[in-house]
Design a protein around this ligand. Structure first.
Ligand SMILES: *Cc1c(COP(=O)(O)O)cnc(C)c1O
Length: 424
């Protein structure tokens, strides 16, 4: 029998008993979402300040993406890639023009997108750069987050994510984040085929590198014939106040290649918000000279490129452009950090605020082992705002990008109230 949920405690008890304990959620059970708002099973309304880790940049249940999903779900959902379908081609044309690459390889989850990029980079290294078989090295940054597969956790710095999941996939070298000379040193090794990096480290606690880190990284890679791979699964699709974080400070909604701001990666990995929160879609974009190393049978996924996901992704990208979400994220992000900066200066419980666009974090002035940030998030929840701590004492604030200025001020008032409570 399928139980009907009547209370939060009932739903939590069910998950506790029947689900694997691979997450530690805040004690709130959500049953409805619309735009920037979520409602729990008791009917309490919340501002969402996580956006499903930036997967719902367009806001919850966006009507335009919902219509696209329903229409395609009533027509054709999955054929596998054994046959062509009439949505994949138009999606591939749309997304490659949107981001300015020759080709796309569609997958489903972010981790699959990263795996795809790693495989392409290695193959490119052997076939185009002339690296000896099985010697390819991929450089990554310390404190990275690129997903949860066996290979990806092999190069994680997070002991909890790694421990007892070995043996680990070899062929990765870690360097400090935001360290160009460390990158230069690492690329002395001729076997290096790629540098994989997040333009802002989201999961690590929204670490924003130096302004020129991305541009310089790409230059260093180019000089050494090494692929520069940007993992924009969390930072991409307007989150940081431009279409992509690699766009620098360009605010336009489309692909423009403005020379002084845009850094074109050799491979771009997208996920999360390309789904609009409806249906998992990820994608790797690259130009022909790279993507052409993949031949039939060498990589794929039963669901990758299915018509349902393709239709959803087109609608999700259209919303970002038509509703000017990058501009809104940039404008609101500035206001948010200004308001948080006032709190940082006024209350000793907050250490600092950092971020870009609407991907921000506040560092709580207490040990990462303390429960302060968690307790603050519980109090924020009680006051109608949902956010989640990361790495103990960091709270990430990332609302849907469809938020209004008035709503944002309302949210900042809630945060201020809670900070005051904790100041004592
Ligand atoms: C979330 C995330 C991933 C993994 O995406 P999944 O869909 O959870 O597999 C990879 N890289 C970055 C930067 C992410 O934020």
């Amino acid at each position: 029998m399928i139980e009907t949920i009547n209370s939060s405690s009932q739903a939590i008890a069910l998950e506790d008993k029947h689900g694997a304990h691979n997450y530690h959620p805040l004690p709130v059970v959500l049953s409805r979402g619309e735009g920037v708002f979520l409602w729990d099973v008791e009917g309490k309304k919340y501002y969402d300040f996580l956006s499903a880790y930036s997967a719902v940049n367009q806001g919850h249940c966006h009507p335009r993406i919902k219509d696209a999903l329903i229409e395609q779900a009533s027509t054709l959902t999955l054929t596998s890639r054994a046959f062509y379908n009439d949505v994949l081609g138009p999606f591939e044309k749309y997304i490659t023009e949107y981001f300015g690459f020759d080709k796309v390889l569609p997958m489903n989850t972010g981790a699959e997108g990263v795996e795809t990029a790693l495989k392409i980079a290695r193959k490119w290294g052997y076939e185009r750069k002339g690296v000896d078989e099985n010697q390819a090295v991929i450089v990554v940054a310390e404190n990275n987050f690129h997903g949860r597969t066996s290979t990806i956790i092999s190069f994680s710095s997070d002991n909890n994510a790694r421990k007892n999941f070995g043996p680990y996939t070899p062929g990765f070298v870690k360097i400090p984040y935001d360290d160009i000379s460390a990158l230069q040193n690492a690329l002395v090794d001729r076997n290096v085929v790629a540098f994989l990096v997040e333009p802002i480290q989201g999961e690590a606690g929204v670490y924003t590198p130096a302004e020129d880190f991305i541009r310089k990284s790409a230059e260093v890679c180019k000089a050494k014939n090494v692929l520069f791979i940007a993992d924009e699964i969390q930072t991409g699709i307007a989150r940081t106040g431009s279409l992509l974080a690699v766009c620098g400070n360009c605010t336009c909604e489309g692909h423009c290649e403005k020379q002084d701001t845009y850094t074109k990666p050799d491979m771009l990995i997208l996920g999360k918000a390309i789904s609009g929160g409806f249906y998992p879609v990820s994608a790797v974009l690259a130009d022909n000279h790279i993507m052409e190393v993949i031949k039939p049978g060498q990589h794929g996924s039963t669901f990758g490129g299915n018509p349902l996901g393709a239709k959803v992704a087109i609608a999700a990208l259209e919303v970002v452009r038509d509703e000017k979400l990058a501009q809104n994220a940039r404008k609101l992000g500035k206001i948010f950090r200004e308001r948080m900066q006032i709190l940082v200066e006024k209350y000793s419980i907050l250490k600092l605020v950092r971020g870009k666009g609407l991907l921000n974090a506040v560092v709580v002035n207490d040990s990462p082992d303390s429960s302060t940030a968690w307790d603050m998030c519980v109090s924020l929840k009680d006051n109608g705002l949902l956010a989640k701590p990361t790495h103990g004492n960091i709270i990430r604030f990332a609302p849907p990008l469809v938020m209004t200025e008035e709503q944002l001020h309302d949210c900042c008032d809630i945060i201020e109230k809670v900070v005051k409570e904790f100041e004592k």
